[in-house]
Design a protein around this ligand. Structure first.
Ligand code: DGL
Length: 273
């Protein structure tokens, strides 16, 4: 790679949700260039099998590598849970996910050693959050719950809708009745419902967004490997957004999430990679 330091960081997700991770990386690592890929043609990953999620992740990593990225962040919880172990050793650049940083943040946050995790069906079925939390802290009790309707509600712009309040109650009532004191938002879309989830759960449960810790880990990784893009002036045009379908819909959504204007989104035929 010609100049590793100025090379972009690749970030990918099954669709728009990973923008919550990009937003956090942009905030904490303002000097880094980012290439984002959202797999809008094949979303959701949360209802797919592990083999499929691994195959999709491999294709996306091959695509991002054509953009000379220096490191890759799997922003998607589902792909982090089901594909990270498979792809990490397969490629010659660092690949990190959101599950380990999210689990660590929750282990640090809990006082009574009881953590809740919400995510897609695939993430919850994989049990990966529980596994990683137990590797870090075997004494912690973990309660996982799939909340599959949260993703389409966010995608449809229903953040403020009364239906969303009902769905939050439907999924999280059992969680609220436990005595967990920390809960991981183990899906990219859920941070966009954070204030509604907070209203429902109340103050006694700390809500953990893995994006924050993921950006911190990325910073550490780039520093350790001497790959930081030190002091370059950032222009947001140095962020490039790619999708596998529906570029305009993605762009409009991106403009509701990102703190700056996303002027263009490019479509890639990801099946070619
Ligand atoms: N990005 C996915 C995740 O974080 C949610 C959407 C999907 O199911 O693909 O798990």
């Amino acid at each position: 790679m010609e100049n590793r330091n100025t090379a972009p960081v690749g970030v990918f997700d099954s669709g728009v949700g990973g923008l919550t991770v990009v937003r956090e990386i942009a905030r904490q690592l303002p000097d880094e260039n980012i290439i984002y890929f959202g797999d809008t043609a094949r979303v959701p990953y949360g209802s797919k099998s592990q083999n499929t999620i691994i195959r999709f992740s491999e294709q996306i990593i091959r695509f991002l590598k054509t953009k000379q990225v220096k490191a890759i962040v799997i922003a998607c919880n589902t792909a982090s849970a089901l594909a990270l172990d498979a792809v990490r050793d397969e490629f010659d650049i660092p690949v990190m996910g959101v599950v380990i940083p999210g689990a660590r943040a929750a282990v640090e946050a809990t006082r009574n050693r009881k953590i809740g995790v919400v995510g897609t069906d695939a993430t919850v079925q994989s049990g990966m959050y529980t596994k990683v939390i137990h590797e870090m802290a075997p004494d912690v009790t973990v309660i996982e719950k799939a909340c599959p309707l949260f993703v389409p509600l966010v995608e449809e712009g229903f953040k403020e809708h009364v239906v969303t309040r009902e769905v939050i109650k439907y999924y999280l009532e059992s969680m609220r009745d436990t005595d967990i004191d920390a809960m991981i938002l183990g899906c990219t879309h859920y941070p966009l419902l954070r204030s509604k989830i907070r209203d429902y759960l109340g103050e006694k449960i700390q809500i953990v967004n893995p994006a924050y810790e993921t950006a911190m880990d990325l910073k550490e990784l780039l520093r350790e490997q001497n790959m930081e893009n030190g002091g370059a002036t950032l222009e947001h045009s140095r962020y490039a957004f790619y999708v596998s379908d529906a570029a305009e819909k993605f762009r409009m959504f991106a403009n509701t999430v990102m703190p700056f204007d996303v002027p263009t989104t490019n479509v890639v035929n990801i099946e070619e990679y």
